[in-house]
Design a protein around this ligand. Sequence first.
Ligand SMILES: [Zn+2]
Length: 139
Amino acid sequence: MNPKKLNILKTRLGRITTEYGGSTRNEPRHMAVDVANAPGTPIPALTDGVVTAVGKTNNGFGKVVQISDGKGGIQQYAHLMDSMVKPGMRLKRGQRFARMGDSGNAYSPSGGNASHVDVRFKDANGRPQDPTPYIRNIA
Ligand SMILES: [Zn+2]
């Protein structure tokens, strides 16, 4: 066991089960971070933002919330149990807006579906960004 690795894996939001750029059953390069915790764990906004979309997708992400970061970037939080927001609502960093679940294809690295949130950041040009520093710093 590598102790450095263990530090990376544990955050207040939960345990990072797939790191940014890692590979999963769905994606050879996972340009997102998966954070696992108990179903119903409240999810905080990782930055200030405005909710742009709330809904259920058919592409494996299940229930999602998308938040604009105010600089042209979009953040997507997927596999939710449910959410308490609507498009147009403003969020402050740290504000709880949804609960963790296993909607969609919420595959766990250890097999089967498992409660986690897939956090996916894109910049104003649509390029994937690493959300890990935001996940690590959230209280
Ligand atoms: Zn994922």
